[in-house]
Design a protein around this ligand. Structure first.
Ligand code: IYR
Length: 302
């Protein structure tokens, strides 16, 4: 028998050929099974939402999904209790019942805010800072999950440990990780890896976003839009601190999150978003001579 005949015979006896009648029905059943499983799990939506480990949004075919943790479980009872809605009288005008006066007053408060990198050692009553954090906690959040933790560090030894972690990492950031363009663009701000403000400022607030929550039974709870929610709360905190005559600086310690989380003993569902030193500006504090955009340049009216 020649080589070609041998191949043809082997093909003839192969499993595929002998079972060809069953292949199609098996594929149909398999497809049906997958279709029904998807329908049960995702409520019949065409595409199943892509998930990302960090809970970020992803775009697929132009549709934005919230890629939150996929637990595979469905609880028909919402996390928030389904109570009757209550009446709300709307926002109150704070100053002389005059909206323009009130808006101007608020503008003047926030327009005075500057990022401060040199702090006085003058103490700050911790209850003032606590009240500002209280204000931050009024922020809106996805499905009212309040996905934030504000760690208030006032202990000098702990502040020093925070500083040591951040300076070690920022040294590598500035020397190796940040691009030449980035460090060049930061030159006008006169920043470097040395962060005296981390021990000079009387308080540090480390703000963690909770990427998910923990239910009573230990299960995971979805924290929708946790980064946006925590960022908005941070914005409110900045306004509150400013209104209380305190200064701060929004810092994003690059690559320091896990070490700081460990230092503070925070759980794994919490990720560091920003760190704010809080206090009074030092008497010899200087800030970059910056101009803000004109209102006409930031509003587009329709
Ligand atoms: N995180 C670094 C670098 C830095 C980055 C930006 I963007 C700034 O606006 C300022 C600093 C640091 O804190 O030095």
């Amino acid at each position: 028998m020649n080589f070609v005949e041998e191949i043809l015979r082997a093909f003839d006896q192969s499993l595929i050929i002998s079972c060809w009648k069953y292949i199609f029905p098996v594929l149909v059943v398999l497809y049906l099974f997958i279709f029904l499983y998807d329908k049960h799990r995702y409520g019949g939506k065409a595409a199943k939402p892509p998930t990302t480990p960090n809970g970020a949004k992803e775009k697929l075919d132009g549709i934005e999904y919230v890629g939150e943790i996929e637990t595979g479980e469905f609880d028909p009872t919402p996390e928030l209790e389904e109570r009757e809605h209550i009446p709300f009288a709307g926002a109150k005008v704070t100053l002389d019942k005059d909206p323009i006066k009130a808006a101007n007053h608020f503008y003047e408060i926030v327009n005075d805010r500057r990022s401060v990198r040199k702090f006085s050692r003058r103490p700050v009553d911790v209850s003032v800072v606590e009240r500002c954090i209280h204000a931050a906690g009024t922020g809106p959040s996805g499905a009212h999950t309040e996905p934030w933790t504000f760690c208030l560090v006032s202990d000098p030894d702990m502040k020093l440990q925070v500083r040591e972690i951040i300076e070690a990492e920022e040294f590598i950031n500035y020397e190796q990780r940040m691009s030449k363009q980035w460090t060049t663009n930061l030159r006008p701000l006169k920043t470097n890896h040395v962060k005296e403000y981390l021990t000079e400022a009387p308080h540090l607030i480390l703000i963690f976003k909770q990427t998910y929550g923990i239910k009573q039974d230990g299960g995971k709870k979805q924290h929708y839009y946790n980064e946006i929610s925590t960022s908005i709360a941070t914005g409110i905190l900045l306004c509150a601190l400013q209104a209380a005559g305190l200064n701060t600086l929004v810092t994003t310690p690059l690559n320091c999150g896990p070490a700081l989380r460990n230092l503070l003993g925070r759980p794994l569902n919490e990720k560091l978003l920003v760190l704010l030193p809080v206090g009074y500006a030092a008497d010899d504090c200087t800030v970059p001579d910056l101009k803000r955009k004109q209102v006409e340049d930031i509003i587009v009216k329709y």
